[in-house]
Ligand binder design. Structure first.
Ligand code: ZN
Length: 674
């Protein structure tokens, strides 16, 4: 599970940072591209750097997989647009070409034609006619034409998908009364298969399953109906996506000689075995080895991990991160993980849903050196894995805060005018300035390390019982755990926050974001769809409604603008505790009806008048609501004999440059994967 940055803008005032490193790379549509630094890389050993290098190559090798998972025409569209983009001979300043460029940049960013967060299809701002002219102008042999297909046929096929708003309108539909599978245009399910068929297929598969250690059925496959037969096409060597997975495996093999210890070597070998067999028991065995390795300094994630994109929460998108520990900052998270049992014991949830023994929650602060798949260019700021509840129960979980990313966010947001526009008064602005960065990082630590790791399912509860609402409720659980404890005197006693005002910076920002400012990410007239955003609105709105009589939170008006005022922080903490207890009950019991009601009543619908106002105020600031990152270029330095003498990082690459390089060097899948 992941934590993502709450807003594009933290609204913190200038802290007088050094400006030598250029964080800004590009800006288009609703997106801003930043770069991150990798502090400490130079002082790693050559062996560690070589390990990072091969793991990073393995990360980049899987790039095409996510494009195909997100939609069956995505690779065709990307490849076609790239040919036009590089070979177009006409006026590149022409507005239609500019619009095509922006569209391609968005396709790169989203790994497909749907918005990475809102999940709906974005419309090209150039005409189908212009697209046609471009296509006829370029060298047809470079286009992804299929056997017997001509340019006009390719055009007709792609134009329909790109330009017709009614075709593949949403990548993943996660609520409402429609058939969620048929309404979703992602590529996790094929052949016109419907929700009931999917549910029946997996219900049958789960019959008589091991309830102590249930397999994550469906995690690494596409489910299809072919000639009336429903079957899984597994993503593995020799299966679907084999062409990319073989390259991942080759780089993992190249990494083995540089492993820091035998445990890490065994982890990489087990991951290779999993990719070779597609066997989910092997994946669990890998996950256990991985979670138990806390000694290695270099670490990585590579695989089919998060299930946010599947309306039924089973199929995982491909992702990779490659990182090493930030030892100094990890002191902070160690304090939390050492006290994990205390936090579990004192939480406001019913004793029946608590873990008697919290196992091995390990928490660290990391520095990422490469991001890929579903972690690129939009990046989580924290990750807690593995996701299988039973592994977390029996073997613990590994939780990370990615501080070189949070730092880049923070630096890039300094002095951008956001806080001046949306924060109620200087009191809250001062809180944010003083404690914003610190309390945000602590929130991420608590969310990942303790929140996701806390609580347990009652025996016999199906881990998939909450279906389309499971991601939102799981994020809510983790956020509430973090929010509840931030205000606890224990946090000050442990030295994690300096005083009893510091948590208020995080509380204020959370409510402001959940009730108001995160709406900048949503088009007028649309609902909240993404799980993390639903979770934040759910919590903020629920607290607002429940505390209304006592005016815990107010929506105040000043000169025609609305602001959040938090009148009673103590009461707000009580409300967070109360909701945490309820969300934990819902998860532990698998109470689908209550979970659905919470999300639908508080997390989805938006007040159109407030939404309009927020969008107008935000537009004046000229900021982008979403951010993503380019990676550094990681290069081997060789001597005359061809031996590697160093690995170096180069931060000079631009956004389009990087995407085109990745498409040239790391693209292995056929255009259509059936
Ligand atoms: Zn999370």
């Amino acid at each position: 599970m992941t934590a993502v940055a709450m807003t594009a803008c933290t609204g913190q005032a200038d802290k007088g940072s050094s400006k030598e490193f250029n964080y800004m790379v590009d800006k288009f549509a609703d997106l801003e591209i930043l770069r991150y630094q990798v502090p400490g890389f130079e002082s790693l050993s050559l062996r560690q750097k070589q390990l990072l290098y091969h793991l990073s190559e393995a990360a980049l090798m899987g790039r095409d997989i996510l494009f195909d998972q997100n939609g069956r025409y995505n690779l065709a569209i990307r490849r076609t647009l790239e040919v036009i983009y590089t070979d177009y001979k006409g006026d590149r300043e022409n507005p239609e070409f500019k619009a095509l460029e922006t569209y391609l940049k968005r396709v790169w960013f989203s790994s497909g034609i749907h918005h990475h967060y809102a999940l709906d299809k974005f419309q090209p701002e150039f005409s189908a006619e212009f697209f046609m002219n471009c296509l006829h102008q370029v060298d047809a042999s470079k286009l992804p034409l299929q056997q017997g297909e001509n340019v006009d046929q390719l055009l007709a096929k792609l134009a329909r998908v790109m330009f017709d708003p009614s075709v593949m309108p949403k990548r993943s539909v996660q609520s409402g009364d429609d058939d969620l599978i048929l309404a979703s245009s992602n590529n996790y399910y094929g052949g016109g298969i419907n929700q009931k068929e999917v549910e029946d297929f997996y219900a049958q598969m789960k019959q008589g399953q091991d309830t102590i250690a249930p397999i994550s059925y469906g995690l690494n496959s596409r489910l299809v109906k072919e000639n009336g037969e429903i079957k899984e096409k597994v993503w593995k060597v020799g299966g679907l996506y084999s062409e990319a997975i073989e390259h991942i495996v080759a780089e993992l093999q190249a990494a083995i000689p540089f492993a820091e210890n035998d445990a890490q070597k065994a982890i990489i070998e087990k991951l290779i075995a999993y990719y070779q067999t597609g066997d989910l028991k092997t994946f669990d065995a890998y996950s256990i080895l991985w979670v138990e390795d806390t000694a290695s300094e270099v670490d990585f994630v590579n695989g089919f991990i998060e299930t946010y994109g599947d309306p039924l929460g089973m199929k995982a998108s491909w992702e990779s991160t490659v990182n090493f520990i930030n030892k100094e900052a990890t002191t902070r998270t160690r304090i939390i993980s050492d006290k994990a049992q205390w936090f579990e014991d004192h939480s406001p949830v019913d004793a029946r849903f608590k873990k008697e023994e919290v196992k091995g929650v390990s928490a660290k602060v990391i520095t990422v050196a490469m991001l890929a798949g579903d972690c690129y260019p939009a990046t989580p700021i924290g990750i807690n894995l593995p996701n299988a509840d039973w592994i977390r129960r029996d073997h613990g979980s590994k939780s990370v805060t990615i501080e070189n990313i949070t730092e880049a966010y923070d630096k890039a947001a300094q002095g951008n005018g956001f806080g001046e526009e949306f924060i109620w008064s200087d009191t809250e602005r001062e809180l944010s300035k003083q404690y914003g960065f610190q309390s945000d990082n602590l929130h991420t630590d608590l969310h990942e390390c303790l929140g996701h790791g806390s609580g347990k399912l009652l025996p016999g509860t199906d881990p998939d019982a909450l279906k389309a609402y499971s991601s939102t409720l799981e994020e809510a659980r983790a956020d509430l755990f973090a929010l509840y404890y931030m205000a606890d005197p224990k946090i000050i006693e442990l030295g994690l926050l300096p005083n009893e005002d510091a948590y208020k910076a995080a509380y204020y920002k959370y409510i402001m974001n959940g009730l108001m400012t995160q709406l900048v990410r949503i088009e007028l007239g649309k609902d909240v769809t993404e799980a993390h955003m639903r979770n934040r609105q759910l919590i903020a709105k629920w607290a607002y409604e429940q505390g209304k009589a006592e005016k815990v939170i107010e929506l105040a008006e000043k000169e025609g603008k609305h602001y959040i005022v938090v009148n009673d922080y103590d009461k707000l903490r009580e409300l967070f505790g109360k909701l945490l207890a309820e969300v934990q009950r819902i998860k532990s019991e698998g109470d689908y009806a209550s979970g659905k009601a919470l999300v639908e009543n508080y997390g989805v619908k938006v007040d159109p008048a407030l939404h309009k106002e927020v969008l107008e105020r935000y537009a004046k600031l000229n900021l982008a609501p979403y951010k993503g990152f380019v990676n550094p270029i990681m290069k081997e330095v060789k001597n005359a004999k061809g031996e590697v003498t160093d690995i170096v990082l180069d931060y000079s690459e631009g956004y389009a440059e990087q995407m085109l390089r990745y498409s040239r060097n790391y693209s292995f899948l056929p255009t259509y994967n059936n």
